[in-house]
Write a new protein. Structure first.
Length: 187
């Protein structure tokens, strides 16, 4: 969310570990009871990072085109963002949640599923590396939401799952170093 200019919006921290997102008040606002949640001046609420990012990208006068600038680019960005989300991020989060039991107070954690989900992340990384061998960025030759999603995946793989996601994958490493140097990633 740092990549987009969200100035003029108040930021309210929600402590997920403490269950702030499980309150009746929060669930009445959020379509899925998860973070992030954007409340607009007219009382409209938007859930889900990609939906909120798309909203900000569209209202910016100097849009970054995080979702692509042409019809074909938008299709490629959508395709690769979904691939990274489904094959990468969902498995990474499932691996972490089920292996650590962090949210065992609110969901059934299955350690074997955590192991399998981690394995699926490990199987996905070579596919991502191959894609990055053919393109400067994940979806197109420009930085997009698919790069933000893939960056999250790699950070979680390294820091939460102890997966070596850089050295065995030279194209991921090149891309990761470039994306990591962006000001939004430094904040």
């Amino acid at each position: 969310m740092r990549e987009i200019n969200a100035q003029g919006f108040e930021r309210v921290e929600i402590n997920v570990r403490e269950g702030d997102n499980l309150s009746d008040d929060y669930k009445a606002k959020s379509a899925n009871g998860k973070v992030p949640l954007l409340e607009l001046d007219d009382g409209t609420y938007l859930s889900e990072t990609v939906a909120i990012s798309r909203y900000f990208d569209e209202i910016q006068p100097n849009s970054l085109n995080l979702f692509g600038g042409t019809i074909l680019e938008r299709a490629k960005v959508e395709m690769w963002n979904r691939i990274v989300e489904i094959d990468g991020i969902q498995n990474a989060f499932q691996a972490f949640r089920n292996s650590t039991g962090l949210y065992k107070d609110r969901e059934n954690c299955v350690e074997a599923w955590g192991v399998e989900a981690k394995h699926r992340v490990e199987l996905f990384l070579p596919k991502l590396d191959k894609q990055l061998s053919e393109s400067e960025y994940v979806a197109t030759e420009s930085y997009t939401i698919a790069d933000i999603s893939a960056y999250i995946l790699v950070v979680v793989a390294i820091n939460a799952l102890n997966i070596e996601a850089l050295e065995p994958y030279p194209h991921i490493k090149r891309w990761f170093d470039r994306v990591s140097s962006r000001p939004a990633m430094q904040a």
